[in-house]
Ligand binder design. Structure first.
Ligand code: HEM
Length: 201
């Protein structure tokens, strides 16, 4: 049996499923409001119930995003010379001829993705609460709608790319979302600096 390395803790895996699940259901119900998708609203028993479901999913999403900070926030703010070089070669995604520098636990693309999700997550939560709790204030409603939709654009661009990179583009990565572990040899190849820091190579 190959020796395994744990990359994601159990609480991290559960929290990622909550974050991902709530995010996708929020997008689905949000689209149903925007484009009057009666079929989707029907699944929830009508638009009123779907609105309550959307609001409370937003609460789950916000709490889960807050909790995720203990896993990723510190890393997301730390960039070294290899990370800067990674940007210069675009992570090796645009050409196989470039040399991709050795990486730590997360590559700079993942770190920036996380910061984008945090920024857009705060904006979409605050504006959602504005629409939920301050319905009588026309100015708050107007700005909240605007911010909610702009923040959603960031999710609509970033999340599909993230899902593609976590599945089809990097076979094997999806297993991290389920078991949180990967073979030591693979970890050494993909995250050499992290493995060195952990004393595993
Ligand atoms: C449903 C399909 C999804 C798949 C297959 C997926 C896959 C993954 C995997 C494998 C990781 C760990 C990466 C690593 O440790 O190297 C990860 C991390 C993460 N995922 Fe997802 N994910 C999905 C959906 C989402 C959604 C909808 C969100 C919404 C916000 C999200 C947010 C995050 C964040 C914030 C991280 C941590 C840091 C990062 O990779 O930048 N994921 N995901």
């Amino acid at each position: 049996m190959a020796e395994m390395v744990r990359k994601s803790s159990v609480d991290e895996i559960i929290n990622h499923w909550l974050l991902a699940g709530s995010c996708i259901l929020l997008a689905l119900t949000g689209f149903a409001f925007l484009f009057h998708l009666d079929g989707v609203a029907g699944v929830f028993g009508g638009y009123n119930v779907m609105k309550d479901v959307h609001n409370w999913l937003g609460v789950i999403f916000a709490l889960s995003l807050l909790y995720s900070m203990r896993h990723y926030l510190k890393d997301a703010f730390e960039y070294d010379a290899d990370d800067l070089q990674w940007f210069k070669v675009a992570g090796g995604y645009l050409s196989h001829k470039v040399k991709v520098p050795p990486m730590g636990k997360y590559n700079p693309g993942q770190k920036l993705y996380y910061l984008a999700i945090v920024a857009a997550g705060i904006a979409i939560t605050a504006s959602g609460l504005g629409m939920w709790l301050m319905k009588d204030d026309a100015t708050v409603m107007m700005y909240s709608h605007l911010i909610h939709n702009l923040a959603f654009v960031i999710f609509a661009i970033a999340v599909p790319v993230h899902i593609y990179l976590g599945t089809l583009a990097n076979p094997g990565t999806f297993k991290l979302m389920v078991s949180g572990t990967l073979p030591l040899e693979e970890a050494k190849r993909r995250y050499p600096k992290w493995m060195k820091a952990e004393g595993r190579m």
